[in-house]
Design a protein around this ligand. Structure first.
Ligand code: MG
Length: 330
């Protein structure tokens, strides 16, 4: 699927997004899931190819520890199917309390942040690296930055990142290497902004490890990376019990994955705006009815049964380049 414009971050620039969907058909009912993996490794080790290779075994009941995004895609489809049959929304199933969540537009290096503010976003996240620092504060009430590990090994990283406090940035996400938890904890003691861990949060165990070192840093919960919405719900509970700032992260999902992430983001313990935007931030044509901002810069949490979205089969069919059918007798 083509992006509305190139998206440039410390991990590189992409112009299109390949998407792997799981559609479960059983007894006349169906459910949809979306895999968060990208075409190539870089942000995360799983790729669409590894997920695609793993899904037949996962669907037949195997557990493949290194493929949480493949598991998450299948879990999402099964939840959509079973909750649709029961007439229960994913948000209600999870115990979500918010009817809407504050949307965040993520600006790549080449994006005009002002355009997002003009479009109605109250919350923006700006991608930075040492060569693309935020120099002036965008007009949005809520501003976060994300460095995607790009300050790793830079001797003056703390000094440079401390300048963001002058811009009253709410949060600084993953400036240092994913395994450098101590570095992030030390940075949190130095800056006023909340230091968030994203790439570091590869599992529930990783969250437990962070919390054992105190509650100075916050947590980005990406349901796909943790293995699905059930694991994300557990991560939410752990963070809320510890009083740690937490938010739901995004992975350039279509409306299918976005619907699931919105249900998770509506849980009460997520204290920071989710990295979830309206459909037109990335897509001219989404795979569902487009998610649009309301007058408060928020996105409504789907309340229909299952994921609460109807997949536009015509758009899916037009974009499909590969499909496989896996039959399972139950
Ligand atoms: Mg991030």
């Amino acid at each position: 699927m083509p992006l509305v414009r190139p998206f440039a971050t410390a991990d590189g620039t992409i112009t299109t997004r390949d998407i792997l969907l799981v559609r479960v058909l059983a007894g006349g009912a169906e459910g949809w899931g979306e895999c968060g993996a990208a075409t190539s490794p870089g942000y995360w080790h799983e790729t669409l190819d590894t997920a695609r290779a793993s899904l037949p075994a996962i669907i037949r009941g195997a557990v493949i520890a290194d493929e949480p995004m493949a598991h998450a895609a299948f879990e999402m489809a099964m939840l959509d199917l079973t909750l649709r049959e029961r007439g229960v929304s994913l948000a209600d199933h999870l115990g979500a309390t918010r009817a809407s969540v504050v949307a965040t537009a993520t600006a790549g290096f080449d994006d005009d942040v002002t355009a997002f503010v003009d479009a109605g976003y109250r919350s923006v996240k700006v991608k930075i690296d040492p060569e693309h620092m935020l120099r002036e504060r965008p007009r949005a009430p809520i501003v976060q930055v994300d460095a995607n590990q790009s300050f790793t090994g830079r001797g003056d990283a703390f000094d440079v990142l401390a300048t963001l406090d002058e811009l009253d940035v709410l949060a600084v996400e993953q400036p240092l290497a994913r395994d450098d938890i101590d570095g992030h904890v030390a940075l949190a003691a130095r800056v006023a902004a909340t230091v968030l861990l994203d790439e570091s949060i590869t599992s529930i165990t990783a969250i437990d490890d962070v919390l054992r070192r105190g509650t100075q840093v916050g947590i980005v919960v990406k349901p796909a990376r943790l293995g699905g919405v059930a694991a994300a719900q557990h991560a939410h509970d752990v963070c809320a019990a510890a009083g740690v700032p937490a938010k739901v992260g995004g992975l350039l999902e279509t409306g299918i994955g976005r619907a699931a992430s919105l249900a998770v983001a509506a849980l009460p313990g997520f204290t920071l705006p989710a990295d979830l935007s309206a459909s037109d931030r990335y897509w001219d044509e989404d795979l569902t009815a487009p998610f649009v901002l309301d007058g408060d810069g928020c996105l409504a949490v789907p309340r229909g049964a299952g994921l609460g979205v109807d997949v536009r089969m015509d758009v899916v069919e037009r974009a499909t380049v590969w499909r496989d059918l896996i039959s399972v007798r139950t």
